[in-house]
Design a protein around this ligand. Sequence first.
Ligand code: FEO
Length: 391
Amino acid sequence: MTQIAKDILYIGVDDTSLDLFESQYVVPEGMAYNSYLIMDERVAIMDTSDRKKGEEWLHKLEVALEGRKPDYLVVHHMEPDHSSHIAAVVEKYPHIQVVGSAMALKFLGQFAPGLKFNARPVKEGDILELGQHSLSFFAAPMVHWPEVMVSLDTATGVLFSADAFGKFGALSKCGFFGEEDKDWACEGRRYYFNICGKYGPQVSALLKKIPLDQVKTIAPLHGPILRKDIGYYLNLYSTWSSYGVESEGVFVAYASIHGGTEAVALKFADMLKAKGCPKVVVTDLCRSDRAEAVEDAFRYGKLVVAACSYDAGLFTPAHDFLHSLQAKGYQKRSVALIENGSWAPSAGRVMKDMFGAMKDITLVGDLVTIRSRMKEEDIPALEALADAILS
Ligand code: FEO
């Protein structure tokens, strides 16, 4: 059983056979459901795990308890990937107090109807004394559900951050501690923008009210435990939650049916590079992971979308991508558009409408319309658009 700080044990579990997290995100390296145990004068379990991993999690809990009876089950977040074994714990230890926000305790009644439990509601500013350790609670609404709370152990500086600072990937694959993870930001960013991207203001508000100078370790509900270079992770979260630009460059996303639009997108990317753009990233929206495309759109300050017309509208993979951006709160970016249409181009109109509904999106240059295949006569308009997105 790994100790992450004095008296604090890791009792979480990996799922390396999971196909889709939240039934929608690919997780090639699996997923970790983190859970912790504080063994003080009073014993506190910090969240449970996903339903698939009940037997393993309950066994780890029992071993870690070494015969002691837990006093508290702290529920930071009621989403079932963390709360699926609350009923089993309550049934085994009927005296235990379930600690959570009033809304979390209400949700528990919804997820486990009929469960009788000793509720101990907490709100922001409340402190749970365990003996040497004391947990100070902060409300974290919409990070990532409305009932979320995080807690800071003032004795060790461990921040139990719920979904915040999580990432995709099982700990056995990506490393137990952040410093063992070769590229935390890659899957940390894909996780953040797809799980919490819409809630930047709420994440920013949370970062402002936690005494960050006291945080020595971040113990999230997913991904490695972060205990070195805490400032690195805090800076990334500050940039991400304020929709700032993390990397200079242009992200070119295309959706092509028969290769014509792809050829334009690749030509456009070459133009950007020839004009000195420091980084050009290209993705095929028909074949790439959409969650990764969303991540890259947020990472870079500039976006180009090249898409076909389809059914008098926008080709579905591009439409789905723009819809995801809209849903995740995409904002504060410059965007250039290229459409293709053989008889009645319609992609540009739909893209303009969709970006127009997003916040602080600047459409730069003139929409370039390609008729079936790019021709020599299209080059000046593409050059002008490249200049516009780079200006
Ligand atoms: Fe990992 Fe929002 O649950």
